[in-house]
Structure formats: structure tokens, C-alpha cells
Design a protein around this ligand. Structure first.
Ligand SMILES: [Mn+2]
Length: 356
């Protein structure tokens, strides 16, 4: 991947002209590693970072307590649309967004996104931040690798991963997305901190990454190891539960209702199933996360379907929102629409597959 010169200059100017930063980062593996890379780069450039905030899209809607947050804010790995819609939150603040989601126009704040210079390959934020500051952080390419793999980066720009594997003499493995390499394992360990400990876990993982001098040191960290052991065990038992309790429709779609106490596992569980035994099926995990919200995670790794387009049709009939990638999406519906959703979803997906 190449960087857009003009856009890079703008961001560097933002950093040069300001100091005492707060970093907002997406509450996921890509966000945590992006914040680690950015924070390290800033301090090596002689800048101070005072505050970190793991953030979700909904946080902008629900409001963020801004009193502790410094005047200069850099946001990593969050879609610009919700930010733009709630920009009032950042009144009298200098905001800069480093992102890889859909491009926004006329942001009104400092902004960098590979799509601005026409790079439409899939570039997780960790790789973007790494490339922006490579001159001062090339020794922590392993952190970039964790974030890149954690967000399915190896879809594109494979040469980055191959060069890092080569540098550390790590064999390539069999998995397309390098999940079966030691970096893939570290990506899962990072995500496990968030699954098990939520927002506090993201901040803790960030702290451990910042203080680790190598990949091995990070992976040998007691807290990281212990948490991962616990999450792996829970995930295994959820996979067993899925096998015995899921409802199969027409040999192709598997619906599974998950206990609300396990809600943080929904995305990971659907990914784990979708990448392994159920790669030729559609996996649908439904979790009641709030009295009025049923969260739905869908995966169809090796099927020629377009889940967001099915969702759009479904939402002509029931209330809800959602989207994502063709073979990996998320949605929110009302719990009372559960059965209607199942019927409509089965109908749409079967039609897409020519099975109707
Ligand atoms: Mn993210």
C-alpha cells in the first residue's frame, strides 16, 4: 500500500501544531493496536498523550463525558459518520480522525483514510497507523501485525504480513487470514481481553502492549494468558452448545439463541464457527442484549451471499438496523420480531442461493 502525500502532510501538521493528546480508539483488536502504535509514535515524536478512551459507535449517540479529555483528540478506527453526526460533543476541541471505514465528505476536522487517495484495498487501521509512522515505530511491526490480522487484514496487502513473518522467521501456516500463526494467536488473545473484561479489558490490553518489549513478552503476560484460557474454555463450551441446540433450516442456515450473560461472545462465536466447521453454512447468533434489543450476528464464510442486501429487504417488513460485509454482518432487531426475522432471513438467503 502507498500513502497519499497531501493527506499525510495534513495529519503530520495536526500533530506538529498540537500537543497533550487524548486518543479515542475503537473497542476492538484493531482499535487497541492502533492506539498502541499511535501512542508510541507520538511519544517518540516528543508529544504527550494524557488520556485513552476505548469507544464504540453508539458512544457518540449516547454522549461521552468530556471533562477529563484534553483539547487535542486523535480518534482511531471509528467510522466518521457517527462522529460527524455528533460533532457537537467535540466543540472547542481539535479533532483528528484516522480511519479505514467508509469515506466521509467535508469532515470539518483533520481526517485521513486510504480511500481519500483511491486505495480501495482493505486496510485495517493498525496497518494505516503503522505506515503513517513507520519511520519511528518500525520495531513494533509485531503490534501492527496483531491488529491487522485481528481485523481480517490479510484479505489484501498480503506482502506486509509476509515480510513480517519472514523477519521473525515464522512459518506461514495454512489459514488464508494467517489466524494459525503466532500473530493470529496474539490477535485472539487481545480480543479475549475485551470479551472477558469489556472496556476495561481493552484499556488493560493497551497498557500491556505498550509495556511489552516483544511479541513473546506480550503473550507470556500472566493476565493475558489467564484471560485467554478462560475465554477459550467458554468459547469451546458455547461451540458444543451450538452443535446441540442450534436450529437448522433447510440444511443450510443455523439459528442459535445465546444466553444474554454471554453477549460479548456473540461476534467471536459466529466468527469461530464460520471459519471452521460451518464455513459452508450460514450461522446466525441471536442475543438479547437489552429488553428492547436483540443482537444478531451472521456469518457465511464460503457462500455466495450478500447479507447486507438481505437485511435491507428484511427491514422493509420489520424494524431494525444493521450492515457489514457480504459474508459477515451484524444487526439489531426488536426481540418480538425474532420469529419473523428468522422466516424473512431464511427466505432471502435461500433465494440468493437459488434454493427457494
Ligand atoms: Mn474496528
Amino acid at each position: 500500500m502507498k500513502l497519499g502525500e497531501k493527506e499525510v502532510q495534513e495529519i503530520m501538521k495536526f500533530i506538529e501544531e498540537n500537543d497533550d493528546f487524548s486518543i479515542f480508539y475503537h473497542l476492538d483488536g484493531d482499535g487497541v493496536t492502533s492506539a498502541t502504535l499511535l501512542s508510541t509514535a507520538l511519544s517518540r515524536l516528543g508529544k504527550k498523550v494524557s488520556f485513552y478512551r476505548p469507544t464504540n459507535y453508539e458512544d457518540f449517540e449516547n454522549g461521552i463525558a468530556m471533562s477529563e479529555i484534553t483539547k487535542n483528540i486523535i480518534i482511531c478506527d471509528l467510522d466518521g459518520h457517527p462522529l460527524q453526526k455528533n460533532i457537537g460533543l467535540f466543540e472547542n476541541r481539535n479533532v483528528c480522525l484516522i480511519d479505514h471505514h467508509e469515506l466521509i465528505t467535508d469532515p470539518g476536522f483533520a481526517y485521513i483514510n486510504p480511500k481519500m487517495w483511491g486505495d480501495m484495498t482493505y486496510i485495517p487501521c493498525a496497518l494505516l497507523v503503522y505506515k503513517l509512522f513507520e519511520k519511528v515505530i518500525s520495531d513494533i511491526d509485531w503490534v501492527a501485525m496483531i491488529g491487522w490480522i485481528s481485523d481480517a487484514g490479510p484479505k489484501d496487502n498480503k506482502e506486509f504480513g509476509l515480510s513480517v513473518l519472514k523477519k521473525y522467521s515464522i512459518p506461514i501456516g495454512k489459514h488464508d487470514f494467517l489466524l494459525d500463526t503466532v500473530f493470529g494467536e496474539a490477535a485472539m488473545m487481545t480480543n479475549n481481553m475485551i470479551i472477558e473484561h469489556g472496556r476495561a479489558g481493552a484499556d488493560e490490553a493497551l497498557g500491556i502492549l505498550l509495556s511489552s518489549n516483544s511479541l513473546a513478552e506480550f503473550m507470556e503476560n500472566e493476565r493475558i494468558k489467564q484471560t485467554s484460557g478462560k475465554v477459550d474454555k467458554n468459547l469451546k463450551s458455547l461451540i458444543e452448545e451450538f452443535k446441540t441446540r442450534s436450529e437448522c433450516v433447510g440444511d443450510i442456515i443455523y439459528f442459535f439463541e445465546m444466553d444474554a450473560s454471554k453477549k460479548r461472545y456473540s461476534s467471536t462465536l459466529s466468527t469461530a464457527l464460520g471459519l471452521n466447521e460451518y464455513r459452508k453454512n450460514v450461522v446466525v447468533i441471536m442475543t438479547k442484549v437489552r429488553a428492547d434489543i436483540l443482537k444478531v450476528n451472521m456469518r457465511a464464510t464460503e457462500l455466495n451471499v450478500d447479507i447486507p442486501s438481505a437485511l435491507r429487504k428484511i427491514f422493509e417488513h420489520i424494524k431494525g438496523s444493521g450492515g457489514g460485509h457480504a459474508q459477515a454482518s451484524g444487526a439489531q432487531i426488536r426481540p418480538e420480531d425474532r420469529d419473523k426475522f428468522k422466516l424473512l432471513f431464511s427466505k432471502e438467503i435461500r433465494a440468493q442461493l437459488g434454493l427457494s
